[in-house]
Design a protein around this ligand. Structure first.
Ligand SMILES: Cc1cc2nc3c(=O)[nH]c(=O)nc-3n(C[C@H](O)[C@H](O)[C@H](O)COP(=O)(O)OP(=O)(O)OC[C@H]3O[C@@H](n4cnc5c(N)ncnc54)[C@H](O)[C@@H]3O)c2cc1C
Length: 427
């Protein structure tokens, strides 16, 4: 028992050290300091809470950080992202001053066994009558002896509510309100020179115009009960079935999962597809097809969707630009716009971007440097990988599918296997 505790402490120290080194690499220390005496944040998602926690660690902002948002509403339905990268957990835990075990205890209800994948496999999936033919899978990250978690599967609303619980004793004020403007947000600030932060999905909260998204992501996801899993699904392994349909790839992802509100479910599955906004796609038809794909694949691998009427979510969400974004106005930080990049839902990179964006954004504010630039620079590799995945799954879908059928390991070598450190925990 004490050995396990020591082992966890050592790993937590290694993870924290990795995060600190990342911060120092991204933000060399200067003699400048923050020109703000307080920070007030609209929103309470992962990015907002990580940003607040990292800021409040600094004596200058202790007791001067306010989060304003409606209370988190929890339900069994899987509304937002579920696959939390190990590296996201590192940043999140470092900011909150906790460890993976405590984070899993509040978000998954258990850390032993952890709902974790230490390996990732991929294979082409081909419909065959009423069933599925899944080609031989290839491992593209991790392995049988890997010990660093690559992915945890937790319900997003529980994770966000759990983070709030972990922050209960931190010097941060929480206000339940949905603000409509910069002035309204400013009225909640603890100081006279506050930085106003927008961590909500509303890009025009502080005024300005928003551009119509050029691409959208369709997604269907649900928790799953294990009947008796069979190949290619394996314990502690995330599996990505790849389905080419009308020359776009529907990206599937199945991974270990735990949720106190769906205790029978030990797996989770999602199907996601990126479409051009002006392609004339039929939303309900696409979501129906993807719901059938999700259920069919689950059944063929020995899983069953857990109470779909209560848990299954169907979504259409905008993609963000990979390139330049509109800068924040003076005295404000458009935090969510800065850490968002590319197509969400289909590369498990939304939450890691929120977590890293929150940590780097807060440190930039403390050190008095441009937070916009710091966040965009820190997340550049993540946006590049997301962009390449989009090219592979939409622009060169035929070739990607061919390669995946021929040699899945080779197909995923660059950038996905090479990018292991953008996924796995540092320890
Ligand atoms: C179907 C789907 C699947 C996904 N899959 C994955 C995945 O597997 N892995 C992954 O990493 N990511 C995934 N994502 C993306 C991931 O969910 C998001 O990137 C992440 O949760 C965003 O968190 P956030 O911190 O930006 O805040 P959000 O979750 O966007 O929170 C914003 C908060 O702002 C609050 N708010 C809104 N308006 C106001 C206002 N006016 N005033 C005050 N507060 C306000 C809201 O209450 C909300 O809580 C997925 C997303 C979807 C939709």
């Amino acid at each position: 028992m004490s050995l396990a505790v020591n082992g966890n402490e050592i790993r937590t120290a290694q993870r924290n050290q990795y995060v600190q080194q990342f911060i120092e690499r991204q933000l060399p220390r200067t003699s400048t300091s923050s020109r703000y005496d307080s920070v007030v944040i609209a929103g309470n998602g992962i990015g907002a809470q990580v940003f607040a926690a990292q800021l409040a660690k600094n004596p200058q902002f202790e007791g001067k950080v306010t989060l304003v948002a409606p209370a988190v509403s929890e339900s069994r339905r899987l509304i937002n992202g579920v696959s939390l990268r190990g590296s996201a957990a590192d940043f999140l835990c470092s900011a909150l001053g906790t460890d993976h075990e405590s984070l899993l205890a509040v978000s998954a209800g258990t850390s032993s066994p952890a709902p974790a994948a230490y390996r990732q496999t991929v294979a082409a999936a081909i419909p065959s009558g009423n069933s599925w033919h899944i080609k031989s899978p290839g491992t593209w990250q991790g392995g049988n002896w890997a010990t660093n978690p690559i992915i945890y599967g937790v319900r997003n609303s529980r994770l966000v509510a759990g983070m709030r619980e972990l922050l209960a004793d931190h010097p941060i004020s929480f206000i339940e309100d949905k603000v409509q403007s910069a002035d309204e947000l400013r009225s909640y600030a603890e100081g006279t020179r506050p930085l106003l932060v927008n961590a909500t999905p509303n890009p025009t909260l502080f005024g300005g115009e928003s551009r119509k998204p050029r691409r959208l992501v369709l997604a269907v996801q649900a928790p799953m009960i294990e009947k008796k899993i069979n190949a290619p699904l394996e314990v502690e392994t995330a599996f990505a079935p790849i389905i080419r349909r009308d020359n776009i790839i529907d990206v599937g992802y199945f991974t270990p999962f735990a949720d106190p509100l769906s205790p029978r479910s030990t797996w989770y599955g999602i199907l996601a597809r990126v479409v051009d906004a002006d392609s004339g796609f039929h939303k309900e038809h696409e979501l129906d097809v993807m719901t059938d794909e999700l259920g069919g694949l689950a059944e063929s691998m020995g899983l069953e969707i857990d109470d779909p009427s209560e848990t299954l979510a169907r979504a259409l969400v905008p993609a963000s630009p990979w390139g330049k974004v509109t800068p924040s106005q003076p005295g404000t930080l458009d935090l969510k716009r800065m850490y968002s990049g590319g197509a969400p839902c289909y590369y498990a990179d939304g939450m890691v971007s929120s977590a890293i964006g929150g940590v780097i954004g807060a440190e930039a504010v403390v050190r008095g440097v441009d937070a916009d630039q710091a966040i965009r620079a820190a997340l550049r590799p993540f946006r590049r990988h997301n962009y390449l995945w989009w090219i592979e799954t939409t622009k060169t879908a035929l070739f990607s599918d061919y390669l995946l059928r021929l040699n899945p390991r080779a197909a995923m070598l660059y950038p996905h296997t090479a990018g292991l450190n953008l996924w796995q925990s540092a320890a």
